[in-house]
Design a protein around this ligand. Sequence first.
Ligand code: 5RP
Length: 292
Amino acid sequence: MADNDNIVTGKNYGIGIPQVTEGYFLKGCGHLEWGMKDRLSRIFNPKSGHTVMLAFDHGYIMGPTSGLERLDLTIVPLIEYADCIMCTRGALRSIVPPACSKPISLRYSAGSTVLTYLNDECLLDIEEAIRLNASILAAMVAVGDPQHEGLTIRNLTKMVDLGTRYGIPSMGVTAVGKELVRDARYLSMASRVCAENGAHVIKTYYCDKDFEQVTNAVPVPIVIAGGKKLAEREALEMAWRAIDQGAAGVDMGRNIFQSDCPVGMIQAVRAVVHDGAKPDQAFEIYETTKNA
Ligand code: 5RP
């Protein structure tokens, strides 16, 4: 216990040595406050600056999607390989082991399903995100959807306000309706709208042409969704191109959990995202694991 005896006068003030003021490794996040940066540093690896998020929140709009029928059997074995997991509160409470110690990207918006029309969504309570120790909040933003654009952008701004109150960053998830084209023009517009409205991270799709325009038009980190299932080699090629053109990582679901070797696939994706492995090298990792 501290007491008043033997108080030694301090001498080591490092006079003449300027105090070290570190920068922050994530694009556009240097002016955020400490709690936000701490949470983002759990999601993005400070060494590579990148992240592999494992997304398995699809059930909230799609029900028991192929590969997600039994989360305990298919997803839990993958969690150890992910930097961050993206899921609903329902999946979190029912199947994710709390001792897994992975940062949570919490699906923070909820609403209509594929049986009607998408994007008619509301937000969860911020207390729920705090209870669940969320590291980032994620809400759908439907830029260009004539019915729900305004609603989902209001959801985003509300989420950013609530999260900011408690130091929790927000991720805008760009939802592309069937009638909209996933090209660089649309994706940069949708992603930029999310960033301008305060999202700290943007999740969007990769596009083959001019994806660099998307990453350059947005002042915060972009992670790409995998989209529909591709052949493994093709999905690894897409991840490699996205990183090469400025993405800060992936938030991938179906291309991992619908693979015929999900553990091999997530390790291959990690090699691309964190180690700069080329698609062929990463595909070898996948094949080796699959054939072991
Ligand atoms: C569902 C989502 C998914 O998390 C997102 O689409 C990523 O998964 P996938 O790689 O399967 O596209 O936001 O609403």
